[in-house]
Ligand binder design. Sequence first.
Ligand SMILES: [Zn+2]
Length: 121
Amino acid sequence: MKKVRQLKRVSVPTLKKKVETAPVYDNRWRKVSREYRDRHTYCVKCWEKGVLTTEATSVLHVDHIIPVKDRPDLQYDESNFMCLCINCHTEKTLAENPQCLGGQKESRWFFDPPASGSRKG
Ligand SMILES: [Zn+2]
C-alpha cells in the first residue's frame, strides 16, 4: 500500500497575489474612462514633477484616487478619477499593494524589536 504524505498547509508569502483593487472594467467603465481621458490628457503625477506625459508619449490610464475596494460606489464618479501614465499607475498600484512586489515587506522590527539580550540595569 502506498502511503501518501500529506503536505501541511503552511503560511508562506503569496507572491502572485491578485490586485484586489482592480475594478470591474465593463463597457460602462470603458465609456466613462474614455470620456474622462478626452478631457484630461496628461498624467497628473508627472505634471506635479514638471513633466508633461500625454497619450503621445505614454499610455494613459484613469485611476481611482480612492481604491474601488474602499469605495465601490465611486467607481464611476469623476471626482474620484485622476489621469495617470502607465508608469505612475503601476507605481501607485504597487504602493497600495506591496504584496505584489513579491512579499519584500519591510521588517516589522521597527515596531516590535526582538527581545534579545534584554537585561535590567
Ligand atoms: Zn506619469
